[in-house]
Structure formats: structure tokens, C-alpha cells
Design a protein around this ligand. Structure first.
Ligand code: MLT
Length: 304
């Protein structure tokens, strides 16, 4: 029998696809042949001598020590596209959160508890603090045109936005073949200079870390709203704080809360919920399980 270690809760409908005559699946396997995980931050020490494959039930692989895996010949899989719809839907919520101050106004509304008959008057007085623009007719810049970026592009177009895209990896032809609704930016500078909203959909790696930094904030359209449902590390924190303070950035909505920005007035932090829908958890678990079984039993490699 081969041992599969799960390092996070993985949907049963996925694990059930693993052949029970071949695999033992548990969360305490000592010397596993394969690992399936979600966001568990893996340390090198988990890479045992028997380990042959790791499947990430998700898109990003920055929680896995890829270099060490490569050294040891361990194949790492991910599940591209399996959670794209779930993330797209939360990004769309992010657009409205960044514009209409929904989270901030909800916090304020809670302070009205106990005001009894005064609530109506207080609402009239306070609501002018929460005026925010409509997204229709505004420019949305999408950095990264993979599965999620393209889905966001199509949905935003149908909400009446003018959509501009840039991708540091995909060739222009490949990216623009995917969505009829994205206009092409030649580079990231042009995109940030003209967009009212900027949404990030690239992986975190050495070349994208801190890519939204001081130099881009310096040329960014005044009052831009930034959505980051990709990875926290893509944005330079100190530069962001400065840009929020001086009004360069009107709002930052992120799926990656961190202590340095939590509590800032124009920041909305969601606790990494982009992929947290039953549909997406099932899709990712199924894809990851099939990938690992296919490799360990047949030697097939897809999405590595
Ligand atoms: C991803 O990389 O797709 C997400 O981090 C998935 C997740 O939230 O587990």
C-alpha cells in the first residue's frame, strides 16, 4: 500500500477517488509516498525520503519548498482553474467593498445599537461619510491573465467596466485570445497610470514579490483602488501605507490580512476566503487526488 498524508482538511469527495486498494490516506502518515495539502506552510523537514509527489489543492505553490522538492525529485502539482470561479466571485465583491465602503459602514452601523429612536437621525447624519463611486464606466486594470484574471475580466466587462489587462508571463496573443473584453496594456506602468481599479492575479515568486511598490505608486492614478486576492507579498507594505495615507490609493481590499495594515481606515481584510466555497473545495480536492494517483500509479504528470 502507498501512504498519502493530508496536511489540511481535504474534501472527502476528492480523497474518495483514490483507489482504496492502493492508497492509505491519513493525517498522520509517517513516511508518505504523497502529500495533499491546501494552505499548510510546508517546511523542508516534511520532505521524507519516500516522498514522490505533492499535490496542492489550490493554485499557488508558494507554501511548498519547491527548490528542495526539485533537488529531491519530488513532483509538485497544483489545481489551476479549479477554484477560479470562487475567487472571481470574491474579487467582484471586492470591487464593491472598495467602492461603497460596505465593511466600514457596517462597523459604524453596529455603534448605533442601543440608540433607540435616535437611530434614524444618526443615520442621516453619519451616512455622508460612506459615499463611494459606482464601478460602471470605470477602468479596471487586471495584472495577470490566467484562469482567474480572465474570468474577472469577463464579469467586470458585463458590469459595464472598461477592462485593461497585462500579464508578465503569458504571451500577448495567448492572453488576448482568452477574453474578447480585455484591452491590452503594453506594460504594468501604463496600466497603473490609467486605471481606477487594479486587481492582482499573478503568483508570488522572486520576480513578482513587491511588484506593486514605490515606483508604481508614484505614477498610479490618484485615488486608485487596489484589490489583492492573489498573495499579500505582491504589494510592498510600507509603500502601500504611504500611498493610503497620501490619497494615492483610496482603498485596498485584500484576502491576506496582516498586522501592519489591519485596522487602517481604507483597508478591508478578508481572512483568505477566496477559494472557500464547497464547490471550489470539491473541485480542488478532486483534481489534486486524480493528479497524485495518476502520477504514483501511472507516472503521468499534469499541472506540475
Ligand atoms: C490558491 O492558491 O488557490 C488558494 O490559496 C487556495 C486556498 O485558499 O486554499
Amino acid at each position: 500500500m502507498m501512504e498519502i498524508l493530508t496536511l489540511n482538511k481535504i474534501a472527502a469527495c476528492g480523497l474518495d477517488l483514490l483507489d482504496k486498494n492502493v492508497f492509505n490516506v491519513s493525517d498522520d502518515a509517517k513516511d508518505p509516498d504523497g502529500i495533499i495539502l491546501r494552505s499548510f506552510n510546508m517546511h523542508d523537514s516534511v520532505l521524507g525520503d519516500n516522498l514522490k509527489a505533492i499535490a496542492r489543492a489550490g493554485a499557488g505553490t508558494n507554501n511548498i519548498p519547491i527548490d528542495k522538492c526539485t533537488e529531491k525529485g519530488i513532483v509538485v502539482f497544483n489545481t489551476p482553474g479549479a477554484n477560479a470561479n470562487a475567487v472571481k466571485e470574491l474579487v467582484l465583491a471586492g470591487l464593491f467593498l472598495s467602492s461603497r465602503k460596505i465593511a466600514q459602514s457596517m462597523e459604524w452601523a453596529k455603534t448605533l445599537k442601543g440608540e433607540g429612536e435616535n437611530v434614524g437621525k444618526l443615520v442621516e447624519k453619519g451616512k455622508s461619510n460612506f459615499v463611494g463611486p459606482e464601478i460602471e464606466g470605470k477602468k479596471l486594470g487586471i495584472i495577470g491573465l490566467g484562469a482567474i484574471g480572465v474570468m474577472v475580466a469577463n464579469a467586470a466587462y458585463h458590469l459595464g467596466m472598461d477592462v485593461i489587462g497585462y500579464d508578465p508571463y503569458i504571451s500577448v496573443d495567448a492572453a488576448w485570445g482568452l477574453s474578447r473584453h480585455v484591452k491590452k496594456a503594453d506594460n504594468v506602468k501604463d496600466l497603473v497610470a490609467e486605471c481606477d481599479y487594479i486587481t492582482l492575479h499573478v503568483p508570488l515568486n522572486d520576480s513578482t514579490k513587491g511588484m506593486i511598490g514605490k515606483d508604481l505608486f508614484a505614477i498610479m492614478k490618484k485615488g486608485a483602488r487596489i484589490l489583492n486576492f492573489a498573495r499579500g507579498g505582491l504589494v510592498e507594505e510600507e509603500a502601500l501605507k504611504e500611498a493610503l495615507k497620501d490619497g494615492t490609493v483610496a482603498a485596498y481590499v485584500t484576502d491576506f490580512p496582516n498586522d501592519n495594515i489591519l485596522g487602517l481606515e481604507n483597508v478591508v481584510c478578508i481572512p483568505h476566503l477566496g477559494a472557500s466555497t464547497p464547490e471550489s473545495e470539491d473541485n480542488c480536492a478532486k483534481m489534486a487526488s486524480v493528479e497524485i494517483q495518476d502520477y504514483l500509479c501511472e507516472g503521468n504528470i499534469v499541472n506540475s
